[in-house]
Design a protein. Sequence first.
Lengths: 336, 310
Amino acid sequence: MATSITARGSDPGSATPDRPHPVPPKDERRQAWRSRLYRWDTKGSPYAFVSPFFLVFAAFGLFPLIYTGWLSLHQVSLYNVDQAKWVGLKNYTDLFTGPPSHFFWNALGNTFTLGILSTVPQLMIAIGLAHLLNYKLRGSSFFRTALLAPYATSVAAATLVFALIFSPESGMANWFLGLFGVDPVAWEAGEWTSQLAISLIVTWRWTGYNALIFLAAMQAVPGDLYEAAALDGASRWKQFLHVTVPALRPTILFTVVVSTIGATQLFGEPFLFGGQSGHQGGTAHQYETLGVFMYDQGFRNSMLGRASAVAWTMFALLLLIGLVNALIARRLRKSQ
Amino acid sequence: MTAVHPAAPVRAADQDAQAQAPRRRLRSVRKGAGRQHHAGPLTYAVLVLVALASLFPLYWTLVAASTDAHAVVSTPPPMIPGGNLFKNLSYVWHNAGGRGMGVALLNSTLVAGSVTIGTVSFSLLAGFAFAKLQFPGRGAMMGLVIATLAVPAQLSVVPLFILMKNLGQGNHLSALILPSLVTAFGVFFMRQFLVQALPSELLEAARMDGANSLRVVWHVVVPIARPAMAVLGMLTFVQSWNDFLWPIIAMNGSSNPTVQVALAGLGTGWSTDWSIIMAGALIGTLPLLLVFVLFGKHIVGGITQGAVKG
């Protein structure tokens, strides 16, 4: 289809709006109208094309962003959303030093430990897997699809399956450990064990996805670099460390940023892992993240103002992480 | 057969983008040189193990969904499917989440489908404008698009909840569709693709021909962008289908839930029978898994493409 247009276009000026040769007056008027339309079209259409994005963003991105900030300075009930009472910075001071501060700092700490537990091993395994997938392989298509299957599983479905696997009495995890003589572990009740289990869900869902991203980056590394390294007598492991990893730096940075943002917002897994207990984030808040804390404050305790303050705090946290990432990225670029 | 796969990630992009073909081919030749080592037995062993770990929870969902309340929690756990699969599936299909998983499935398809159509078409238009059209304010606007990528979903749920309540859209499917009709990622993805794949001469030629902007989009941009549209469409569909936080809030207590909301209800007290819960998880997972088996190669390609360019 594209070629047909090229062919017609090669016929010079056949239908150009500002035709050079003389035309009858009646046609001339139509011509002027047409060229005006044409100018409107070229001037206006770019804005028309980008406007849907900006309209949607203004209504459902920017407006809520500012509105959340405004709400965070008010006391708002879930059941009476139109009656907001100005409280100044009280929601923030409450979070940091007031009655809910214990749970806020606890949630912040959990978000941090869960973030480390679920991203660091995940990205390292992903790089290793990408390296293996980069060999000449039989059935590489099968391996790639199998590794990506968890990505197609929703948070809800995955968390429910793992909640059953990690259930204390008769779960598969405890049965498996029992084969090696390990006593049953109360996965959900413990602080570290529950966070470990939740990190495993996150790792299970995202490792394959990140491995494929690394794989694509590895395949773009020029082969002569490896040949040169091999000629210099570098072992395969040395080649991986000194050729592959440096070439992967931008991709590593990309995945680190995306995973950190995801980890900061972790919600579905800790929300559902407790299952039937009815306590999202654990009975002793042992794996309650900032996301779950915010949901709890806003949509269970009906304090929308405080929930908004949590949301803005998370935003500030993300901006801080973004800044740190940018600084590290610049460092890396300079050292290169 | 294996020889085809190294090129799979770029294959989708190669169709239609003839102008790019020579350079791409050159790159894939060089790429081949980087992977001349054959995999050893240890590599296969590790990969098989990882593939098993990836697939086992899914297989076990199937097994658990085919047992009953007693067998699913017995020790040792069942490893082969029992005979209750269809009984459990039909129970969940008719009863879970108020009006049953069947309705939830339909709702999710409707939401994810609308979001996908909106995101792909609006991202295409905006991405095309940012990639190939000249207009005052272009750079600043593109910067704004990238900046919006950093705004987390959590930041908007409280106002969105109030907004939808005031609009009378609470508990309504449109509350899930409207906010996701176009994403910054989609615009960025399309821009990155079109900057490379769409030759400017082609646009000029169409312009010379007197085609207006919409005709240019329809007859020049869309045919070239088709592979990228397919990839963005699949990524968007998966993401929308699996979206959790906002649907949980917007559809709280709704009798007309999406799959994820119904699953959350299943998992938090609606039923204590794990075989029933797993039947729900199976129904919620199967459609996407099917899409993955059918279009897996393209999705794999799309993910890697989007990532390298992003």
